[in-house]
Design a protein around this ligand. Structure first.
Ligand code: SF4
Length: 364
């Protein structure tokens, strides 16, 4: 229902900015055949996210609240990246078969020379599964060892050529990006970078031992957008040091406009209310009484304000609360966890929006 009131743009396949140069493993022409997903997927379809979880991969430290192995349902470890890529490869093979059945009736594979997609018209394409967006999540992608980062990018590129994948994104820390590195990522086919900003507030970042200042996070946002990458900003209401007022200010900062003052730098936001997860340093603080998580009603109240602010700027909030991965429930020791948190927040935001309009009506 909110979309009727606040139309919010969402990413679609085929929307690409200019690519500055050519990575070593692209075609010599520099042409990226699958870039627009035109061979298999229609531009009318929204991509589905295929998460490739790389728990803690590349992370310089383990953040106090973070339990990526629990949050992602993946163990990580020494062969974690190779294993994650193998799993992704298997899933992509499966998706390719589905595309093949839908678009050719079981003929040649998507993207192969004999694929008769072009002649089958819109109806066959409409029946095909929506395209995929590969998302490298759970670690610090920009600090991965080069060989592992290249292996991830090569997998994404190869499946993009086959037309099964139409977009690629990754998550990383604000202090782990450089202009040069982001340009290289963009060149290698990355479309979107999500920054785990958590907060722009210096005192909060210090209290959570994040290791960077708010100015670094703001500069990182500008760098991502400046490199021609879509920017996603992840915020953590309730992180140590983040009060509801700090969170509201963080949302405001995340929605600041670009240099031309036209649109916000961030294309979308995620709100991850801070939970106390088993095995984290935050759990120790919570047991010692030095950290108290936000109650659920405080969380809904603050997030509803954040959501209204984002809607007003035409920016989507694509996630509120952690994904319900296996084992997460058992790992949550305390915090504002709720199976329908996003729905609670949206309902409250809509109530406030309607109430504000009703208050402007004349009469009783
Ligand atoms: S950098 Fe991100 S993924 Fe790595 S430990 Fe910190 S919060 Fe977790």
């Amino acid at each position: 229902m909110s979309a009727l009131i606040f139309p919010v743009p969402e990413p679609r396949c085929g929307v690409r900015l200019p690519v500055p140069a050519m990575p070593a493993w692209l075609d010599e022409s520099g042409h990226r055949p699958g870039a627009g997903c035109a061979s298999v997927a229609t531009q009318r379809k929204r991509p589905r996210i295929l998460p490739v979880f790389l728990p803690f991969a590349g992370c310089p430290t383990r953040c106090v609240f973070c339990a990526q192995d629990v949050q992602t349902g993946q163990r990580g470890g020494a062969n974690g990246i190779a294993h994650a890529l193998e799993q992704a490869e298997a899933r992509l093979e499966h998706e390719a078969r589905l595309f093949q059945e839908a678009t050719t009736g079981g003929g040649s594979a998507p993207g192969s020379p004999s694929t008769p997609n072009a002649g089958r018209g819109a109806s066959a394409l409409d029946a095909s599964p929506s395209p995929l967006e590969i998302a490298f999540y759970g670690g610090t992608f920009t600090l991965l060892p080069e060989a592992e980062r290249d292996a991830c990018l090569e997998l994404a590129h190869r499946w993009r050529q086959r037309g099964v994948v139409c977009r690629v994104r990754c998550s990383t820390r604000p202090d782990a990006v450089t202009e040069r590195g982001l340009t290289a990522l963009r060149t290698a086919g990355m479309d979107c970078v999500e920054l785990g900003v958590q907060s722009f507030d210096d005192a909060a970042l210090d209290a959570a031992s994040r290791g960077y200042a708010g100015s670094v996070a703001r500069a990182a946002c500008a760098m991502v957008a400046g490199a021609g990458l879509e920017l996603g900003v992840q915020l953590m209401p309730g992180m140590p040091g983040v009060t509801p007022e700090v969170f509201r200010a963080d949302v405001h900062t995340a929605l600041l406009p670009d240099a031309d003052g036209a649109i916000p730098l961030a294309a979308f936001l995620r709100f991850y209310p801070c939970l106390v997860l088993r095995g984290t340093p935050l759990a120790e603080r919570w047991r010692a009484g030095s950290y108290v998580p936000w109650p659920l009603d405080t969380t809904v109240d603050a997030l509803a304000d954040g959501l209204l602010a984002a809607w007003a700027r035409g920016v989507a909030v694509v996630r509120m609360g952690l994904s319900p991965e296996d084992g997460l429930d058992d790992a949550v020791l305390a915090g504002p966890v709720h199976p329908a948190l996003g729905q609670l927040v949206k309902a409250e935001a809509l109530r406030r929006h309607v109430a504000a309009h009703l208050a402007r009506l004349p009469g009783e």
